[in-house]
Design a protein around this ligand. Structure first.
Ligand SMILES: NC(=O)c1ccc[n+]([C@@H]2O[C@H](COP(=O)([O-])OP(=O)(O)OC[C@H]3O[C@@H](n4cnc5c(N)ncnc54)[C@H](O)[C@@H]3O)[C@@H](O)[C@H]2O)c1
Length: 359
C-alpha cells in the first residue's frame, strides 16, 4: 500500500504531543516535511521525528514538495492563510480547531477548498471519541426520537493557557474559541448537526488575567494556576479575551443547545454533555441512556468498548477519507457553520441581542 504523504505546519505542542505520536505509530503514513515560522523550532522538531525536509513557511514547503495533505497546527490566525495555500497547491487539509479566528477567513477558506476540489477536515477530536460516535449512531437510528435538546459545558476554574491563546489577534478569542468549541461541536454532532439559525449569549470579561498575581510554589517555582496547554510566546502579547461565556443556540429543526465555557470561573469544574429526544436521552458523563418505557423512565448504562485515543481516531478518519475518497465528518461546510456559531456568541454578547445567522 502506498504511503500517504503528510506535511505538518506549526510544530508546537499539539503537533508534537498529539499528532506526531499517531503518525509515528502508522506504517501507512510518512511525514515528509514540516514548517514553522520559528525555524529553529521546526529544525529541532524535524530532528526529533526524523522528518527529511524542514522549512520556515508553508509557501516554501509547497514549492519544494507535494504532500497528499497538510496538517495545519498553527495558531488560529494562521489557519486560513496556511490552509488556503495548501488547497491552492492541490493538497487536502486537516486543520486544528478553531477553523479560523474570524468568520471572513473561514468563508475564504471554504471558497478555496471548494474551488480546488480538495478535502478539508476540522480537527475536533471529541466527536471522534468512540462514545460520541456511538451516541450519534443511536440518534441516526432513531433511538432518541426527535432530538430537541442539548446541554454542554467545558468549564475550568482557573485554566488560562500560556502564550498567544489569550491574545485575540492570534487566537480570535478566549475559552469560547479554545475549549467551548470542543464541547459545542461535540453536542451539535451528537444532535445530528442541525442547521444553526440563531444564538443568544453572553461573554464575560470580569476576572481577567488572574495570572497577574501568580501563586508561585515556593519549592518547585511552578505557577499553580497556569494551564498545561501553553502556546508560543508572542512579542505583542496582550490579554484581551473573555473569562467565560454561556448561552443558547437554536436550530432549524426547533432544537436548542445550551452551553457554558470558562477558563476562569468561581464555581465547580464542569465537563459534561447531554442530549435528549422525545423517546430517549443520553449523557456522556456517565455514558447512559434515559429511555422512556410506558409511564416510566429507565436509566441504563450504555455498554461497549469505547476506549481509544481520540486523536488517533480523528487522524484515522481523515486518512480513510483521503485514501478512499470519502467526505470527512467535520468537513468545511460544518467548520464554517461552527465558526458562525462561535462568532455569533461574541456578536450577541456585544449587542445584547439574539443573532440570527444568514446563509
Ligand atoms: N485538539 C486539541 O485538544 C488542541 C489542544 C491544544 C491546541 N489545539 C489547537 O492547535 C493549534 C496549535 O496550538 P498549539 O498549542 O500547538 O500552539 P503552539 O504555540 O505550541 O504551536 C503553534 C505553532 O505555530 C507556529 N506558527 C504560527 N504561524 C505560523 C505560520 N504562518 N506558518 C507556520 N507556523 C506558524 C508558531 O510559531 C508555533 O510554533 C491551535 O489552533 C490550538 O487551538 C488543539
Amino acid at each position: 500500500m502506498e504511503k500517504i504523504k503528510v506535511a505538518v505546519v506549526g510544530t508546537g505542542n499539539i503537533c508534537k504531543t498529539a499528532h506526531m505520536p499517531v503518525y509515528m505509530k502508522r506504517d501507512d503514513v510518512e511525514v515528509i516535511a514540516c514548517a514553522d515560522i520559528d525555524f529553529p523550532k521546526a529544525k529541532a522538531f524535524a530532528e526529533k521525528f526524523n522528518i527529511p525536509q524542514v522549512y520556515s513557511s508553508v509557501e516554501e514547503l509547497l514549492a519544494n514538495c507535494k504532500p497528499d495533505y497538510v496538517d495545519v497546527c498553527t495558531w488560529p490566525a494562521a489557519h486560513a492563510p496556511v490552509s488556503i495555500a495548501a488547497a491552492n497547491a492541490g493538497c487536502h487539509v486537516m486543520c486544528e480547531k478553531p477553523v479560523c479566528h474570524n468568520l471572513e477567513d473561514a468563508l475564504a477558506l471554504k471558497e478555496a477548498v471548494e474551488r480546488n476540489g480538495v478535502k478539508f477536515m476540522l480537527a475536533v477530536p471529541l466527536r471522534y471519541e468512540k462514545s460520541a460516535v456511538h451516541a450519534r449512531k443511536l440518534v441516526d437510528e432513531g433511538v432518541l426520537g426527535d432530538v430537541y435538546y442539548g446541554k454542554t459545558a467545558y468549564v475550568r476554574q482557573r485554566g488560562i493557557p500560556g502564550g498567544w491563546f489569550s491574545c485575540s489577534k492570534y487566537a480570535g478569542g478566549g475559552p469560547i474559541i479554545d475549549i467551548g468549541v470542543h464541547r459545542i461541536d461535540l453536542a451539535w454532532y451528537m444532535m445530528g448537526c442541525p442547521k444553526p439559525v440563531s444564538v443568544s449569549a453572553t461573554a464575560v470579561y470580569k476576572i481577567g488575567d488572574y495570572r497577574d498575581e501568580p501563586k508561585v510554589d515556593p519549592v518547585t517555582g511552578e505557577v499553580s494556576a497556569t494551564n498545561d496547554w501553553s502556546g508560543a510566546e508572542v512579542d505583542d502579547y496582550k490579554f484581551d479575551v473573555e473569562d467565560s461565556a454561556s448561552g443558547v443556540f437554536r436550530f432549524e429543526n426547533g432544537a436548542q443547545l445550551f452551553f457554558e465555557t470558562a477558563w476562569s470561573f468561581n464555581g465547580p469544574v464542569n465537563n459534561s454533555t447531554q442530549i435528549a429526544g422525545d423517546k430517549a436521552g443520553i449523557t456522556l458523563e456517565p455514558f447512559k441512556l434515559y429511555r422512556s418505557e410506558g409511564k416510566n423512565l429507565v436509566e441504563e448504562p450504555i455498554e461497549g468498548d469505547f476506549s481509544g485515543n481520540f486523536f488517533a481516531n480523528e487522524i484515522d478518519h481523515f486518512i480513510d477519507c483521503v485514501r478512499n475518497d470519502k467526505v470527512p465528518s467535520s468537513n468545511i461546510e460544518q467548520a464554517v457553520q461552527l465558526q458562525m456559531m462561535l462568532m455569533g456568541i461574541y456578536e450577541s454578547s456585544k449587542t445584547g441581542k439574539e443573532v440570527r445567522f444568514t446563509y
